[in-house]
Design a protein around this ligand. Structure first.
Ligand SMILES: [Zn+2]
Length: 180
């Protein structure tokens, strides 16, 4: 089974719970939430994640945010058929394969996947990455992932995951798309 996307119905209990978290934790001018998508990751991804947890006696699990760029029409994203295959489109890449170290920023000590405990921090990393020939009607939107992260390392005011094992991260199913 590949990943799947389910848009949450506005004002459903799950929608309200996610949006309440987002609103209370967002410590800047609050962007409007356009939609919240529930992402179910592929079986292959989930098996890797479950195996990783099984190998550990103890692990920490945190609910963290991750902002990334996009190069397609995320505003109207409703199903996995609409995902693009631009290499630089982080939103589609994460939904299909999870976050990848090869796409991560190098902070001078190596590549790490970065997470923030608060959504306004991740919001600063959203936005468009342009692809030649593409027209972007949706530049005012940004996608933020909310994920369960196992054994993340605190770094400055964020968290990083830098090795191949603990890169097994499960997106907890939600993308607030926010108007910048
Ligand atoms: Zn895309």
């Amino acid at each position: 089974m590949n990943s799947s996307i389910t848009p949450l119905v506005t004002n459903s209990p799950e929608y309200n719970s996610v949006s309440a978290n987002f609103r209370t934790q967002f410590q800047r001018t609050l962007p409007k939430i356009h939609s919240i998508l529930k992402i179910k990751m592929s079986n292959q991804f989930m098996n890797r994640f479950e195996n990783f947890k099984k190998q550990k006696m103890n692990y920490s699990k945190l609910l963290l945010y991750h902002g990334t760029k996009y190069s397609c029409n995320i505003k109207d994203l409703k199903s996995t058929e609409m995902l693009c295959s631009h290499l630089k489109c982080g939103v589609c890449g994460i939904i299909k394969n999870g976050p990848k170290l090869t796409m991560a920023n190098n902070n001078g000590n190596g590549r790490f996947i970065w997470f923030a405990p608060l959504p306004h921090v991740s919001h600063g990393y959203t936005g468009i990455i342009s692809v030649p020939g593409q027209i972007y009607p949706t530049s005012k939107f940004g996608a933020i992932f909310m994920m369960d992260v196992i054994d993340a390392t605190p770094f400055q005011s964020c968290y990083i995951v830098g090795n191949e094992e603990s890169r097994f991260i499960v997106p907890l199913n939600i993308i607030p798309k926010t108007v910048k």
